[in-house]
Design a protein around this ligand. Structure first.
Ligand SMILES: *Cc1c(COP(=O)(O)O)cnc(C)c1O
Length: 342
């Protein structure tokens, strides 16, 4: 195995660090080119590129990490590959073939194995595949040429010193319109959420809870994570909506709840009025796996989850430990969940 870089793994935070290799493939004349690794971390393209004018870009996010027995693995990358196809189609972009996506992320991780944090450090290698329109577009239409690219960057443990519950607010802004693009992983969904998150942070909240834009009565998600709730009788409930991004972490948590912990799970509309009756709340996504929520503030009215502000709720914690145990190779994974890189 390649010698690891000298990095203070426990203290790198969640930021971009340039690594040695990235994967690039270009789409031109109706076909994806062969593609391959490059050391060039810059992109040169037309000042009028479709991505720059009309935000034609979609992305993915997943992690590679070292398991207890010393392998470098990725968690369910096939689902990221499939989701990126869905995202691309919605923005009229040529999908990057799923098998090629898997080859590309595997190649980049292998080439940057020296940046994969060691087991037990709490850190991991974040993988960012994305694609964007590169040729000049001034009249509004899809680009004809695209680039698919994947870089990796080591990221530190999401929670330093344990996962403390966060306080979030019900946002006055909407994240996604009915029949819009909320269900795809597109940069445009994030651009429009920046003002809302900066405002929330200024007011002292860690995140926004977005409600459904049409009626403002149902829970959707935060800017970058899905909700799970636990009822007082230990049922795991997650909102169902066409404008929520289908989180791979959330889908995995539901499976773990049902098949590993024997809990009842419900994927259904969740009305904001019900939230005060839940016992636990968490945010799920690749970055933190689960962030516990202790308090939800709706225009001055506080909902304090019974699990409190000191630690994860009891069920949330079992879900978190089981899922991270599966990811780290301490608990046997369902067939196909763990892709060994080397
Ligand atoms: C990426 C993302 C998530 C989390 O999805 P995972 O597949 O679990 O990482 C949730 N919501 C939004 C809006 C996202 O972009």
């Amino acid at each position: 195995m390649m010698e690891k870089k000298q990095i203070d793994w426990a203290n790198i935070g969640f930021g971009y660090m340039k690594t040695d290799y990235r994967y690039v493939s270009n789409y031109k004349n109706g076909a994806w080119g062969e593609g391959g690794l490059t050391t060039d971390d810059t992109i040169t393209m037309s000042e009028c590129a479709g991505v720059l004018q009309y935000a034609q870009t979609v992305f993915e996010g997943l992690k590679a990490y070292t398991t207890e027995d010393g392998h470098i693995v990725m968690f369910r990358p096939d689902l990221n590959a499939a989701r990126m196809v869905d995202s691309a189609k919605r923005l009229e972009m040529p999908p990057f073939p799923e098998e090629r996506f898997l080859e590309a992320v595997t190649e980049v991780v292998k080439a940057n194995a020296a940046y994969v944090p060691p087991y037990g450090s709490g850190a991991s290698l974040y993988i960012r595949p994305y694609m964007f329109g590169t040729n000049p577009v001034i009249g509004v239409k899809p680009a004809d040429e695209y680039q698919f690219r994947t870089f990796v960057t080591p990221v530190g443990p999401y929670f330093k010193g344990g996962a403390k519950p966060i306080t979030i607010k019900v946002s006055d802004f909407d994240r996604a319109a009915p029949h819009g693009t909320g269900h795809i992983k597109a940069g445009l969904n994030y651009a429009m959420s920046l003002h809302a998150i900066v405002t929330a942070h200024e007011e002292g909240f860690a995140e926004n809870m977005y409600l459904d834009a049409a009626t403002r009565t149902k829970v959707e998600e935060t800017g970058g994570a899905n909700f799970i709730f636990v009822t007082k009788d230990n049922k795991v409930v997650t909102p169902k909506s066409d404008s929520i991004l289908p989180s791979i972490t959330r889908r995995s948590i539901l499976h773990v709840a049902k098949e590993y912990l024997g809990l009842e799970v419900e994927e259904r509309e969740v009305f904001f009025d019900e939230v005060k009756d839940f016992a636990e709340c968490g945010l799920c996504g690749t970055a933190a796996v689960i962030s516990p929520v202790g308090k939800i503030v709706d225009h001055g009215t506080e909902i304090c989850l019974p699990s409190g502000m000191e630690e994860m709720g009891r069920v949330t914690k079992r879900l978190y430990e089981t899922l991270t145990g599966i990811q780290m190779g301490r608990i046997e994974a369902p067939e196909g969940w763990i892709k060994v890189v080397e």
